[in-house]
Design a protein around this ligand. Structure first.
Ligand code: ZN
Length: 850
């Protein structure tokens, strides 16, 4: 049972804990329904604290015994934790508690997944393991002994002893409890080895369940590359003798950076060419890097409190993006990041869930593991780097590591290292951390006597709790092109700091065409009223790869909006532009496939709403279908040649080169199957020798209204592989027509393999429903009701995943009155469910604006 009236926690109320922890000894006696946890913790008064209340967090624990300095005590225990009188001097706290991992379906604390014990303690899961000051600013060294009859017993740090039925681990680096981890199971190691820059040998292991041994090689290589990259680029060396990764099937997040013992959702680490798509490989490489990079940005330097979550996440996402750019194609990565930010973060930042990168209050911290904290948090660091330059960034990071190693820090500490390195006053820049909402930049141009003047204005709409907005520091990268397409001014970064500001460029022979916000230099919405002809010019000539892609994207969006609003025909500027791009064999295939992408239907709905229209999901879907069909017809003569360009005459590799060719091949197959009813896709499906080809062909067939035989065949082939079965579920929902989407989804929930308590399977189906814009928003509200039914069912089992998926409703106010009423009714039905979790209660009330 959760508390009826959740309390709100505020950043401004931060107080240090009254005691420091010198050491922690934990002993686990594992049993499915009665695991005993014995703790022995050395506390001493914290000289920097004024409040000496001795409160230890603890939830869902049965206290067997508590002892202070050898004397049994009787603490005052509530459902949140305990208080007890303690000496005003160093003392030893000992406690024995019992917990029930076998019935822990929330997947926080110690739980079981397919007979294996594992933990998830970030953010506040450790309090479900034992009584402890479960807050990130309390750091300690840990020794852990595990007693159990499972063959593999793992915890953080280095192994310090083991024999039949037990193992002991010692972590020499002080850490907060959220980085604690324990794994026990029947696991097999895929071993590896890494020698650090100072010559220390590190033993690496990727632990999996029997049967998954063949899916480890790629993850292991990605880990080694990450370790090397962090040494080369950031000078960061690994600091233990061993590094373990464990794959777990039941996991709420992608992965977790526990010190020396990373725990991964199996979908984020297991890979093979037969079962994983190129997108899976790229994501796995990035997540392994991300969790590894946390060893310094998160673990060695951690967060003072959970309001500072972006301190570790924004920086680590930024670092993993740099890594991917270095391993693959930097422009392609930048385009992917912009697509992702617009699809996930912009709706959040421009709706009822809008919050600053550093929130100032929360009820349930699990609800703030958001695209704003992570992805916008990373964009803020990218802007900082752009403003101070690469060299100053490197110096500031060195200072950060030197000054704060072993500490629990704040955004103020982070900003200060940049101020101390550069001498710059970053007070105004800090608004990026406190002000929510996406800034919009509008553009006015003037041309007189060889001088070009660019006037940029910024404004941010009111967001919940923030009616007034102040100007932010926005780095706007700008280049100028001549009428023949030559670059007449190379990229320079303009610093927009006022509400409106003008920048002049003189000595020009003719009026230039401005390429603004190059490389997506800030996470903003650029409102630049280019004509189709100007966009087509930039699409053909822009020397900045991001903006060249953006020109095509904007041209597509303008074309689609005209088709929706005015029932216009697809414009020739767009169609001819696409033809030219596809013909250009000098362009990277991955880049050409990205050029063919269209804005998402949800983005189009947002654009319509912003310009004062009520978006009609069916009209949007129809326009997108019409434009796709027109594109297929317009470029059809080129398709056979493009197809042959994408053939690969080499063994499979998930590298960027081959993945790019397969991406373009997939885009070409999609256009082809619109013209031939799926004939070519059926051939491709039959010939497919890797998952990317197989899944792409199946997707093309289903979208063409064919492929039922292949769909059944796919299931028969892969029914033993849970990660591929997730794809099989998801694909049917994403490719369903708007009319059939709710029914297709409902039918899938009746399938014997719809194991809804597994977060991956639940997301594969319900997440796909929310992503199918026209299907989810089908008139009559069947999609809304279906999702709400399942969220109500999941909430008592797994509040975290339920709460996160409520965001499917966050855009409810964009739509017509009927849809608004239906979504509101479902949100109210969820909110009125008896005993609703704190997580879901907070999310639904924020979405409703209550
Ligand atoms: Zn992270």
């Amino acid at each position: 049972m959760r508390d009826a009236a959740p309390t709100t926690i505020y950043l401004k109320d931060y107080m240090p804990f009254g005691y420091l922890v010198d050491s922690v000894h934990l002993t686990f006696d594992l049993a499915d329904h009665a695991t005993r946890v014995t703790s022995r913790i050395a506390f001493c008064p914290n000289p920097e604290a004024t409040d000496r209340t001795f409160f230890l967090h603890g939830e869902d624990l049965t206290l067997i015994r508590a002892v202070i300095d050898g004397v049994e005590v009787t603490p005052n225990v509530t459902d949140k934790g305990l208080t007890v009188d303690v000496p005003d001097a160093p003392f030893i706290w000992e406690a024995v508690v019992e917990i029930d991992p076998g019935n822990n379906t929330a997947l926080e604390g110690l739980y079981m997944s397919n007979g294996m014990y594992c933990t998830q303690c970030e953010a506040e899961g450790f309090r479900k393991i034992t009584y402890y000051p479960d807050r990130p600013d309390v750091m300690s060294v840990f020794t852990v002994r595990i007693n159990g009859d499972l063959p593999v017993l793992l915890s953080n740090g280095n192994p310090s002893g083991k024999s039949e039925g037990w193992a002991e681990w010692t972590d020499p680096w002080p850490k907060p409890a959220y980085l604690f981890a324990l794994v026990a199971g029947d696991l097999i190691a895929h071993p590896g080895q890494f020698t650090t820059m100072s010559g220390r040998d590190v033993e690496l292991n990727l632990w999996v369940r029997p049967g998954d041994e063949g899916k480890c090689a790629f993850g292991m290589e990605a880990l080694k590359k990450s370790m090397k990259w962090d040494e080369d680029v950031y000078g960061r060396e690994y600091d233990l003798d061993m590094f373990n990764i464990v794959a777990v099937d039941d996991f709420n997040m992608g992965a977790m950076e526990n010190k020396g013992l990373n725990i991964f959702n199996s979908s984020a680490v297991l890979a093979s060419p037969e079962t994983s798509t190129d997108a899976n490989f790229e994501r796995i490489e990035a997540i392994i890097a991300h969790e590894y990079f946390h060893n310094w940005t998160g673990n060695r330097i951690t967060c003072r409190d959970w309001f500072q979550l972006c301190l570790k996440e924004g920086l680590t996402v930024f670092r993993d993006a740099q890594f991917t750019s270095d391993m693959r194609s930097a422009p392609v990565k930048r385009i992917h990041d912009a697509i992702d930010l617009r699809a996930r973060q912009f709706p959040e930042d421009n709706g009822p869930l809008s919050h600053p990168v550093r929130p100032e209050s929360f009820q349930e911290i699990n609800n703030f593991y958001t695209a704003t904290v992570y992805e916008k948090g990373a964009e803020v660091i990218g802007m900082l780097k752009r403003l101070v330059g690469d060299e100053a960034y490197a110096q500031a990071l060195k200072l950060y590591f030197d000054r704060h190693d072993g500490q629990a820090c704040t955004i103020e500490d982070w900003i200060k290292v940049f101020e101390d390195t550069t001498g710059r006053d970053l007070t105004q820049f800090k608004r990026w951390y406190s002000q929510s909402g996406t800034p919009r930049i509008s553009v006015a141009e003037d041309w007189q006597d060889g001088t070009y003047t660019l006037t940029l204005s910024q404004r941010t709409k009111p967001t919940p709790g923030q009616p007034e907005k102040l100007p932010q520091v926005i780095p706007v990268a700008v280049g100028l092109l001549g009428q023949n397409g030559d670059e007449v001014r190379a990229t320079e970064v303009l610093e927009l700091t006022e509400a409106e500001q003008s920048f002049t460029f003189s000595g020009l022979a003719a009026k230039p065409v401005a390429s603004i916000l190059r490389d997506f230099s800030a996470p903003v919405i650029l409102e630049h009223d280019h004509t189709d002809a100007e966009r087509a010019f930039l699409l053909a000539h822009d020397t900045d790869p991001f903006n060249r892609w953006q020109a095509g994207r904007s041209l597509a969006q303008d074309t689609l909006l005209r088709m929706i609003r005015e029932d216009a025909a697809p414009g020739t500027n767009y169609l001819d532009g696409m033809l030219a791009v596809l013909r250009d064999g000098d362009l990277d295939p991955a880049y050409r496939s990205l050029m063919l992408g269209l804005p998402t239907q949800s983005e189009l709905a947002a654009a319509l709403f912003e310009s004062g229209n009520v978006p009609d999901p069916m009209a949007i879907w129809t326009a997108v279908e019409t434009l796709r069909q027109a594109t297929a017809q317009h470029v059809q003569d080129l398709l056979p040649r493009l197809h042959s360009e994408t053939l690969i005459d080499a063994p499979f590799s998930p590298d960027a080169d081959q993945a790019g060719k397969r991406a373009l091949g997939g885009a070409v197959l999609y256009l082809t199957s619109r013209l031939d009813g799926g004939a070519k896709a059926a051939e491709e499906y039959a010939a497919a020798d890797n998952m990317t080809r197989q899944l792409t062909a199946l997707s093309c067939l289903l979208r063409a209204g064919a492929g039922q035989t292949e769909l059944a065949d796919f299931y028969r082939q892969w029914q033993h592989d849970r990660l591929v079965v997730d794809k099989w579920f998801g694909l049917q929902v994403t490719t369903a027509s708007p009319e059939t989407t709710p029914d297709v989804t409902r039918t899938l929930t009746e399938h014997p393999d719809f194991n809804w308590k597994n977060p991956n399977r639940f997301r594969a189906v319900m997440g796909a429903l929310a992503m199918n814009h026209a299907g989810f928003h089908r008139a009559g509200g069947a999609g809304y009701a279906l999702l709400a039914d399942w969220l109500i069912r999941l909430d008592p089992v797994n509040p975290q995943t339920t709460a996160r998926m409520c965001s499917a409703f966050q855009t409810w106010k964009r739509y017509d009155v009927d849809r608004q009423d239906r979504m509101k009714a479902q949100l109210t039905r969820i909110a009125d469910t008896p005993n609703l979790s704190r997580d879901t209660t907070e999310m639904v009330s924020r979405i409703l604006g209550a």
